[in-house]
Write a protein that binds this ligand. Sequence first.
Ligand SMILES: [Zn+2]
Length: 418
Amino acid sequence: MNIKYFLPDWEDRLDPKFNFKTDCFSPEHKKNPTANDVHAHDLLTPPPYDGVLFSLANFIKKSSSLDLKNPKIRGYTDIKKYLKLNGTLQVMGDCGAFSYINEDIPPEPFFSIENVANFYNKLNFDYGVSVDHIVTDAIQKIVNGEKVKIILSKKDKEKRIKITLNNAKKFLKYHRKQKFDFKPIGVAQGLNPKSYKKSVEKLIDYGYEYIALGGLVQKETSEILAILDEIQSKTKNVDIHLFGISRPEAMREFKEFGVTSFDSASYFRKAFLESNKNYFTKSGKWYSAIRVPYSDNKILNENAKKCGYSQNDLEKMEKIAMKSLIKYDQGKLPLEETLNSLINYDKILLRRQEKIETIQERYRATLEDKPWKKCDCDICGQLGIHVIIFRGTNRNKRRGFHNVWTFNRYFNGFHEKE
Ligand SMILES: [Zn+2]
């Protein structure tokens, strides 16, 4: 069995009928995006993950008035219906502790253990993570209207470990008293391998059968392995989840140390947040996506004016760049001419000369290798070259889903699925 992979969802829905030729949304999307848009598990068969991680912090972001007794998300009272989950896909809930990392304690009433457990139960989650508080080196506070960085002492950090453990204890007690169906997961925070072990021992004492290790995101893979090595003797009969990390180089060792699940959005997000590592391939190589921003982009328009170009000029350059890429994909335009059209439009972004040369080399590598033609995921099959164009949510997030698919198929399974 592979390690279960949960993809964190932050409402990453897409228009299934987006028209890539005309760059237009479908009438169905325009009418009701929540009902008609789809997730990665609808666009790729089989779905590229075992479940979805959904943070309750989403509710705070989306709702101006929260009904704590009758939770709903965008009108849905069942998280599986909201996420349109089908078949065997599961849903894990957590608090999204990064949202309150700067607070002294998880803010109540929303993040009280009773409220969080009731939310998991009422919304039909499969797994519910206890209310944790991340151990971090520094936090930010607003002092006299200004952001101030505050370094946390060892004592402050230990306090956070204690809050996390106390909450886990109360959370499990409440879960048992209420006879909830979702499987409870206790969070272990720590300062070093030994203190993680202490947390894990306590959670097992409380009665947890599933433990999530938090605070790993910033850690080197070797540090994570040292923690797993330290807790190994205690966790033989316990499931282990790793929060927020994906390390392809260590998946085999994670499995040997008894890790049963993890979550990460990093392969998804790199598609549109990284400057050049945007498209992931089964050989492990990354390619740069090719930027063709919409010509109504504000910065682009301001730059165009500075360079003496009109809105009309800009639209023409955009059209030529897009057409060149399509023609190149069809084998009707040579590489150099395609690159020239792209750089001609790209120069409006007022990059420095050496930057333009770097971009040109990255685009050349992408276009020469045509990696989208070698991928057998449904998204690349349907979109062709559009998957590698850095332009709007519908292309950028589909490229992210392709990355997730490639990661899970070729790296989480250690090539076993090949
Ligand atoms: Zn693909």
